[in-house]
Design a protein around this ligand. Structure first.
Ligand SMILES: [Zn+2]
Length: 94
């Protein structure tokens, strides 16, 4: 394992690709980490609702950056992020 290289994960709800902790650990257990982008807590919020529903709720409330402690990356764009992750509503579905 090489240190100094921070691995990043993608949020299954909003598509944010800069997560510092994975939503689930290698055994498949939720890490209870939170997405700084959409505010989903893995293992809690996504136990109650499927990712698609959480995503819809996030988009419907304006797709705002959630975290107060971790600022959005420069030039962050919710729509571009959703599109890049293949989650865009109204976009081509294939
Ligand atoms: Zn997210």
């Amino acid at each position: 394992m090489s240190e100094g290289e921070a691995p990043k994960w993608t949020c299954p709800v909003c598509g944010y690709a800069g997560l510092r902790e994975p939503p689930v650990d290698p055994t498949g257990s939720p890490t209870y980490s939170m997405c700084p982008c959409c505010g989903t807590q893995y293992g809690a919020d996504d136990l109650e609702k499927p990712h698609a529903e959480l995503r819809k709720a996030w988009v419907e409330t304006g797709a705002q950056w959630w975290s107060q402690n971790e600022p959005a990356p420069e030039g962050w764009d919710a729509n571009k992020q959703l599109q890049a992750a293949g989650f865009a509503d109204g976009g081509p579905r294939n």
